[in-house]
Write a protein of this length. Sequence first.
Length: 294
Amino acid sequence: MIACAPLRTVTDDEIARFERDGFVVLRGVLAREWLAALDPACTRLLAAQDALDITEETLRLAAPSDADALFGAPKYARALAGRGRFRMHFNTARCEPDVLAFAVAGALGALAAGLLRSSVVRFVDDILFAKDPRTEEATEWHDDDGGSVCTGYQRCSVWVALGDVKDDAGPLWALRGSHVRFAGWRARGDSAAAIAAAHRQDVVTCPVRIGDVVVHHLATLHAAGPNRSDQARRAWAFRYAGDDARFLLRRARRESRAWYRLPDGAPLSDERFPVAWPPVTVRLHEGSTGGPAP
């Protein structure tokens, strides 16, 4: 993929909303054809052995565990009829050249640079999320800070859907202003779900059409609903970091420090964090495919 710019630049109003609310929906910023290379990559990744099946794990925990409970097994069979699956794959750009090319080609980096007011933006990592039609699992309330490998204000996630995501298909939910209002919630032992439940009036649903993206700060509390539509919901979260980002290997990460080759507190200067804006030559780097522990 050649270097490219988004179909339009972010506006001053969108920057202000991102800084105030911790997220913003950018309409009509990506061309449909730019997403085409992600379709076959998505198919390959979901078939891979290291794809994480959230539905399978949920059902395993919910299945009858003793002889008495087995008499209720028919209700599980009814519940599973026609049911879809929620699957994830971490750090796909490390094994799929097309994903890395898309992440660093310039369009997403330019959007991140504008919202973060950063002169340089580096690609950090990514996660693929796929919810089949009629998938009941929601994505729990969380932020992305706990699994991030860097610190700093200038960090964001760009959520890119491979098709339209309407209200019934599992769009993102974001808690307005949570990146500032509830900073430090994890250290205090608070629950992200409890915070969201206590501030329902500030929860915003973010349906999108293909070509739109949702950008949120890594400290913003967010979740996503089940996919009760008849269409698959496939989306990538691409994480970016700006000028003030510094490396920090948190316990939630699976990679070794030797793989990153950076001490805590260092700028993200290693090739593990390729420059996504301004555009540079695309290069696939090899190594661990580990990601945040689920």
